[in-house]
Design a protein. Structure first.
Length: 262
């Protein structure tokens, strides 16, 4: 066993959706820091371009921006077409793009429920489907390609907030991950999900601004998740160390879902 290469992802080709901010940026930063070639996609081109420039400057890996609105099926296809102009294969697909909406059960608008489900679940299926040729190009049983879907602990238990579409989409994403894993394992592709708890993302900013100390008091480890926590989990799943893991939902929440109330 070569322990020095157990978590090696150097020179792997990685696509991180929603890589311009929040958890996606944490993940992209981790891969670039580990020497990977990382493509990031997000809706706001200026943010995506700026992040790619900054991460490439930090190195030692590279970061390339491909702005795309992944709520659109056509944009999913355009993203894959653009990626295919530069790469003949894809080692790791991280499906991180997502959105949320909070409203009472009585007043939750149908269009927002559909919007959340579309981006958080339907288009993850669409993009994964379109990336399959690139994932299969070099994926083997000995050196598989990886799909990592970013779910949520809100897909494991009912959240206290009235985010009905979000929890439904993340629960569905966890099951879709397991279903995909059962189909793709024999084709040299591993598929896993990560269910994060509290991290400093745009989605959680308002909540943390108002209730950070309360939230930390209810997390067994007593802290908010760090970039190293989420990036390290993705690197594990993408490396030799995670080569026998597929169909898993890895919970990265400081112990919240083990019984604490949050």
């Amino acid at each position: 066993m070569d322990i020095n290469k157990l978590f090696d992802v150097k020179d792997k080709v990685v696509l991180v959706t929603g890589g311009g901010r929040g958890i996606g940026l944490m993940i992209a930063t981790g891969f670039v820091s580990a020497g990977a070639k990382v493509y990031i996609a997000s809706r706001t081109a200026s943010v995506c371009d700026k992040v790619a420039e900054e991460l490439s400057r930090q190195g030692p890996g590279r970061c390339i921006s491909i702005p795309a609105d992944l709520s659109s099926l056509d944009e999913c296809q355009r993203l894959v077409d653009e990626l295919s102009k530069h790469e003949s294969h894809l080692d790791v697909l991280v499906n991180n793009s997502g959105t949320n909406y909070n409203e009472s059960l009585e007043d939750y608008p149908n269009e927002m429920f559909e919007k959340v489900l579309n981006l958080n679940l339907t288009r993850i299926f669409s993009l994964t489907q379109k990336c399959l040729p690139l994932l299969k190009a070099k994926g083997t049983m000995e050196n598989p390609s990886r799909i990592i879907n970013i779910g949520s602990i809100d897909g494991l238990r009912p959240p206290p907030q009235t985010t009905f579409a979000y929890s439904a989409s993340k629960s569905g994403l966890h099951m879709m991950t397991q279903h995909m894993a059962s189909q793709l394992g024999g084709e040299g592709i591993l598929c896993n999900a990560i269910a994060p708890g509290a991290f400093r993302s745009k989605m959680m900013k308002a909540t943390l601004d108002a209730f950070e100390e309360v939230i930390k008091s209810q997390i067994p480890t007593g802290r908010i998740g760090t970039p190293e926590d989420i990036a390290g989990t993705c690197i594990y799943l993408s490396s030799k160390a995670g080569q026998y893991v597929t169909g898993a939902v890895l919970v990265v929440d400081g112990g919240v879902s083990s019984g604490a109330k949050l």
